[in-house]
Write a protein that binds this ligand. Structure first.
Ligand code: FES
Ligand code: FE2
Length: 383
């Protein structure tokens, strides 16, 4: 049987794009590699845990799952935003079970243990007589939490000094994102946008199939997304790689635009940002949606779409809804192709593929970043 080390080693990260291959098929189908990804790529990076608008007032909280671990982010009575593992210190049940909400304290539904908004253990029903039990060290386990633009990020990895929480979380997040990306976003004035709707999509594929599809430089757009194709200037589609992000952008055209798409995709440019490993921000002339890619199994991926608009007034809503429907159609078109790719990756006929120099530099970056992380994690595991 092929070892994990051999699977990782079967990709050559040093090949220039003209000579490069994709990551090989077992990267998308091997359970050991998938587990390693959760432990390294997802547990080791800053991950989006919610939107800032969900936790703007004291008592507001949002739950999520990162690398398979339950997470809760809550704004304390002191107005400080804190993230915790959403795991009760009694018998490990999830303390908060709703996706979001507002509360005075965090009460576990199992045996009623209660934590303050700041994560301290306050109430333990029927627990008198228990020896050597110190409430003060049985609060919810904190994790690094920081805000960038419209999103709350958390990192479940202990910081360099091996302890949580960390005052330097924001610096760490900014280092992770990089100053180039941060300054590009400051020009987009995202604060003027308001969140309107969330949609969940399930893809029958490995999470990397979805990311590859996103990063193919518009290669699939003329074939798979005819509506979208009609508003983009495909020949001038541009791919710019950063250290850990990729910006794909395209001038927009009005002539020949398909009616439904053209009505809601206007402006001069469409910007598609991918931030390693699993967050995408799509911006078209003041309208934005984001895609958060969550692995749910080796061949199951959930993608959470959030749609933002500058104007949520009743007259504007109809146009906003039309814009969301255009997005929905594009996703529906991607769902079936991603499933088809996953099936092909399992075929004995396929090992790996080549990359278009013109189109697929983003995928090349993704595969190299992934390789570096998995190689290091696998070596560490073996030691
Ligand atoms: S598991 Fe939470 S109170 Fe028992
Ligand atoms: Fe697509």
């Amino acid at each position: 049987m092929t070892t994990l080390q051999e699977i990782i080693g079967s990709y050559n990260p040093d090949a220039p794009l003209e000579q490069a291959w994709t990551i090989p098929a077992p990267w998308y189908t091997d359970q050991r590699l998938y587990t390693l990804e959760l432990q390294s790529v997802f547990a080791g990076s800053w991950q989006v845990a919610g939107r800032v608008d969900q936790v703007s007032a004291p008592g507001q909280y949002v739950t999520s799952e990162i690398a398979g671990e339950p997470i809760v982010v809550v704004r304390g009575g002191d107005n400080v935003l804190r993230g915790f593992f959403n795991v009760c210190r009694h018998h490990a049940a999830a303390v908060m079970t709703e996706p979001e909400g507002s509360t005075h304290n965090l009460r576990c539904p199992y045996h009623g243990w209660t934590y303050s908004l700041e994560g301290e253990l306050k109430g333990t029903p029927d627990f008198s007589g228990v020896c050597d039990f110190d409430r003060s060290v049985n609060g919810l386990v904190p994790l690094q939490t920081a805000v960038w633009e419209s999103w709350v990020f958390v990192s479940i990895k202990p910081n360099d000094r091996g302890r949580w929480p960390d005052d330097s979380a924001l610096t760490n997040l900014e280092n992770f994102l990089g100053s180039d990306l941060i300054s590009q976003f400051s020009l987009l004035h995202l604060k003027s946008l308001q969140w309107m709707e969330r949609r969940h999509y399930t893809f029958d594929c490995n999470w990397k199939v979805f990311v590859d599809n996103y990063l193919d430089g518009g290669y699939h757009i003329p074939y798979l997304h005819k509506g979208l194709d009609s508003v983009l200037d495909y020949s001038r589609y541009t791919i710019e790689n950063g250290p850990r992000f990729c910006l794909q952008w395209s001038p927009m055209v009005r002539e020949g635009a398909e009616a439904e798409t053209g009505a809601v995709r206007q402006g001069d440019r469409a910007l598609y940002y991918w931030i390693y490993p699993n967050f995408m921000i799509n911006w078209y002339d003041g309208v934005m949606d984001t895609n958060l890619v969550i692995p749910r199994g080796i061949d199951q991926t959930e993608v959470i779409f959030d749609f933002y608009f500058p104007d949520l007034s009743e007259p504007a809503r109809e146009r906003n809804r039309a814009s969301i429907e255009v997005g929905q159609r594009i996703q529906d078109e991607d769902v079936s192709i991603c499933k088809s790719v996953q099936r092909g990756l399992n075929s004995r006929a396929y090992q790996a593929g080549r990359l278009s120099v013109r189109r697929e530099a983003g995928e090349h970056l993704f595969h190299r970043l992934l390789h570096a992380e998995l190689k290091a994690a696998e070596e560490e595991q073996r030691q």
